[in-house]
Each structure stands twice: as structure tokens, then as C-alpha cells.
Design a protein around this ligand. Structure first.
Ligand code: NAP
Length: 275
């Protein structure tokens, strides 16, 4: 039976992951059977079991299934346990092993593509969901001076800050400030609703790096706000998407592919689609 790979989520038709993994495979001469498979939260356990029975050896997991995936793993990596979500599944024997490559992929994009080292820097993190948690733990591991967490639901911000330890603190969602902050990260899913990004702060220092984890239309409100507010350096999460995929690819197949040509191939159509 041929080894199969997939990304599970809902919706999933928009996913760039099959294209990314096909490009990685072509680059390294590895034949890849990687598909986008849609599953609701209710249907996911059955769909994942059917995938395994049909030769499934690895899967990426995206919204809204990352926490469900964590619960279906027999074992998981320390970084996946820390952030409580799984974006990469590996079939080991008759069970799934869970990992999270979001944090390390994001850090790689931040450092290598954008030249931003979070060590000793102050970061304001908006959001406390699975991606925010992965990013937050990566920031603490990278020795950020402080991670300020603000989330619409304050209890989740508090829980994340407590789990992060002494380098983290919480800010109230409606009273958050970018004073003294070097990097602003939007890790909320708000942009998927298409509404304008409307924070309680106005203009920002041109040196504030503004990064949205989402990409395409979902990133547009935050990026438009950041540019209008005076930030000189803004980014969406396309680089993170490619880097976390490269980490998953290496877990499944061994070598880590080069990412820059794949990133450029995906960036070009996004640029021409933006208004
Ligand atoms: P998630 O676990 O569902 O968390 C969603 C977060 O967004 C929560 O903090 C939630 O706040 C907040 N939120 C949702 N709607 C909001 C609104 N209208 N106003 C304010 N806050 C709102 O999702 P996730 O997996 O962390 O994903 C978060 C974002 O990261 C998504 O845009 C996703 O596309 C992106 N992402 C990108 C990559 C990549 O590779 N580039 C990887 C992973 C995720 P509450 O706690 O109050 O509900």
C-alpha cells in the first residue's frame, strides 16, 4: 500500500499545503501523495481512522481540528504538549504521534526571512488559541524579554501567561498598548471574518514590526491597519506556512527542503490578487 499524506481541516479547499508538499517533493525527488481532506470535528476521528487504514502515514491538521488531533494521539512531543495543539501527525505502529511545527516554523520565518531575533525583545501577542500558544512558547524558548498576551476571552490569556511563566504577562483586550513593544503579533482568527482591525491604540512607531499569522484575505485587515498606523515593516503568515510545512516534511521524509523558491512561487499569486 502506498504511503499517503494529507491535511485535515474545515474548510480545506483553500489550503496551500498540497501544493507546498508537491513542490518540496519535486525539489528532493520524493514522490508524494498528499491531499486536502475535509472533516468536521464530529467526523474527524472516523475520517482519520479511515485514512490510517488506507495507508495514511502522516497528516497536517488545521482549523478547527488541532486540539481534537492532540486528543487522538497515543503520544506527543514536549512542544506539542506545551502548546496543547497538534499540527503534524506521524503514524507509529498502530497509533498516532503528535507534534507541533507552528512555533519553530514561525521563528524560522521571523529570524531568517525578516531578520528579527526575538531575544531580549518585548512582544505583544494578540490571541490565545492554538497558534498563539505555539508562538508564545517559541518566544519564551527564544529568550524574548517579555511576552504580553491579550485575548478577547481574558481567562484564556491568563491561562496562557501562567503556563509561560515569568517572561509573560497579561494585558486587558480593550486597554492594550504598544508602548515599548518591538513586535506585534496578530494570532487571532478575527481576519477570517473580514472585519476591520480596530485596536485601542492609534499610530505606532515605524520600528514596530507587525506580523499577522494568517495570509491572503484573512491578513488584509491587519496589514492595512498596520501600514496606515505607520509601521514600516509588516508581514503576513505565508512564510510561517511554508516553514512549518518544511518541518513537517522533514519529520515524515528525512531531509528538510529549501523553502525560498516555494515561498516565492506562492507569494506571486497572492500579491497579484491583493487590491
Ligand atoms: P484558534 O485556536 O481557533 O484561536 C482563535 C483565536 O482568535 C482565539 O484567541 C480567539 O479568541 C481569537 N478570535 C477569534 N475571532 C476573534 C474576533 N472576532 N475578535 C478577536 N479575537 C478573535 O485558531 P488558531 O489555530 O490559533 O489560528 C489563529 C490564526 O492563526 C488564524 O488566522 C490562522 O489562520 C492562523 N494560523 C496561521 C498559520 C500559518 O502557518 N501561517 C498556522 C496556524 C494558524 P477567543 O479565545 O476569545 O475565542
Amino acid at each position: 500500500m502506498n504511503a499517503r499524506y494529507a491535511v485535515f481541516g474545515q474548510p480545506i479547499a483553500h489550503s496551500l499545503s498540497p501544493r507546498i508538499h508537491a513542490l518540496f517533493g519535486a525539489q528532493l525527488g520524493i514522490a508524494i501523495d498528499y491531499r486536502a481532506l475535509e472533516a468536521s470535528r464530529d467526523d474527524f476521528p472516523r475520517a482519520l481512522a479511515a485514512f490510517a487504514a488506507d495507508g495514511g502515514r502522516g497528516a497536517n491538521i488545521t482549523l478547527p481540528l488541532k486540539e481534537d488531533a492532540a486528543a487522538l494521539c497515543a503520544d506527543s512531543s514536549p512542544r506539542a504538549r506545551a502548546c496543547g495543539s497538534v499540527n503534524t501527525l506521524v503514524r507509529v505502529g498502530a497509533a498516532w504521534f503528535g507534534d507541533s511545527t507552528d512555533g519553530i516554523g514561525w521563528l524560522r520565518d521571523l529570524r531568517e526571512r525578516h531578520g528579527f531575533d526575538p531575544r531580549n525583545r518585548r512582544i505583544l501577542l494578540l490571541g490565545a488559541g492554538g497558534a498563539a500558544r505555539a508562538v508564545a512558547f517559541a518566544l519564551v524558548a527564544a529568550e524574548a524579554a517579555q511576552v504580553i498576551v491579550a485575548n478577547r476571552t481574558p481567562e484564556r490569556a491568563q491561562a496562557l501567561a501562567s503556563a509561560l511563566g515569568a517572561r509573560a504577562c497579561v494585558s486587558a483586550w480593550n486597554d492594550v498598548s504598544v508602548e515599548g513593544v518591538d513586535l506585534l503579533v496578530n494570532a487571532t482568527a478575527a481576519g477570517h471574518g473580514g472585519t476591520a482591525f480596530d485596536p485601542p491604540f492609534g499610530r505606532v512607531s515605524s520600528s514596530l514590526f507587525c506580523y499577522d499569522l494568517s495570509y491572503g484575505k484573512a491578513a488584509a485587515p491587519f496589514l492595512a491597519w498596520a501600514r496606515a498606523a505607520g509601521a514600516a515593516h509588516v508581514s503576513d503568515g505565508l512564510g510561517m506556512l511554508v516553514e512549518q510545512a518544511a518541518e513537517s516534511f522533514a519529520i515524515w521524509h528525512g531531509p528538510r527542503p529549501q523553502t525560498e523558491t516555494v515561498y516565492r512561487a506562492l507569494r506571486a499569486p497572492l500579491e497579484s490578487a491583493s487590491p
